[in-house]
Ligand binder design. Structure first.
Ligand SMILES: [Zn+2]
Length: 308
């Protein structure tokens, strides 16, 4: 079964922009925390955050229950964010908001440290208690719309050469690969993921597209080259343990059962989560990584019809 956890942080009195930055820092900090413990920061499942005016929610879904324990441990630690980490996350925020953000670094450090004293509450234990919330601090966080400095790009992940077994495994493997690409685009290009399409199969090409916002100082050709290199260098043998866990949990989580209907609707392929997991052995995954290609291009308005 997939393990889930939901956390809540009361941020009353903190400017929403700083809370949003904090949400990003906590998530990227957790990725590093996993890496230091020998776990892949993109194969564990997902950790999504959403920031509102007075709170942040963190939503975890993971294939190994150990990750949920690690998140709990990590959230209860004191976090110190280096200037460089803050800068990197500002770049992602800029792509997310398509805006330029000017900020006073030391004022932000102070607010972040104060925010870090607040306790994350596991969703099962939510109660609103009395605590010291300091007043809204002016942090010199100035945001100016600047959509001309950003571009939306589309990353297509596809293959023309899959055999029948590989096609079935690709129905789930693409989720893992899109997570990898999202992680990598965020780290390397401060890219922000907007959404992805369903998987599609037109009898020759099987594939999926995802859209991202990035600074327009980067060229699609360059990103294309880098992403293909990243995929080609991915070591399946080394990561097979986590991929295997992903597929086993996928097959044993009842809420995934009816995904077979989606698969049939979008691709015409009849299968089940159990069959997919059974076929997803090391050899097949390796062969899929060899056969899958990436193409990066500018986003066009028709893409909006299929990306959600
Ligand atoms: Zn965000």
């Amino acid at each position: 079964m997939i393990t889930t956890a939901l956390y809540y942080l009361d941020t009353t009195g903190i400017p929403t922009s700083i809370s949003h930055l904090y949400e990003h820092l906590i998530i990227s900090g957790f990725h590093t925390y996993l890496e230091k413990r020998g776990m892949s920061p993109y194969l564990f499942g997902y950790l999504h955050g959403e920031t509102f005016d007075e709170c942040i929610y963190l939503d975890l879904g993971c294939y190994s229950p150990d990750v949920a324990e690690l998140l709990d441990e990590y959230l209860h630690e004191t976090h110190h964010f280096e200037h460089e980490q803050i800068q990197n996350q500002f770049k992602v925020l800029e792509a997310e908001d398509m805006a330029h953000i000017a900020y006073n670094s030391s004022a932000i450090q102070t607010t972040l440290s104060k925010l870090d004293l607040e306790k994350w509450v596991h969703n099962d234990d939510i109660h609103i208690d009395e605590h010291d919330i300091y007043q809204n601090i002016d942090t010199d966080f100035i945001r100016s719309e600047d959509s001309d400095s950003f571009q939306d790009i589309v990353v297509a992940l596809y293959s023309k050469e899959l055999n029948e077994h590989e096609q079935k495994v690709f129905l789930r493997l693409y989720v893992i690969i899109i997570d990898m690409l999202e992680y990598w685009l965020r780290r390397r290009y401060s890219g922000y993921k907007r959404g992805a399409s369903s998987i599609n199969f037109d009898s020759t090409i099987m594939g999926v597209i995802a859209s991202f916002t990035i600074s327009n100082t980067f060229q699609c050709e360059e990103i294309n080259k880098e992403l293909n290199k990243f995929l080609a260098n991915f070591d399946v043998n080394m990561n097979f343990g986590q991929i295997d866990t992903h597929f086993k949990v996928f097959a044993s989580t009842p809420t995934f059962n009816n995904i077979a209907v989606e698969y049939y609707k979008n691709t015409g392929i009849h299968t089940s989560t159990n069959e997919i997991a059974r076929l997803a052995d090391n050899e097949t995954i390796k062969s899929l990584f060899d056969k899958v290609r990436i193409n990066v291009r500018p986003h066009d308005s028709q893409d909006n019809d299929i990306i959600f």
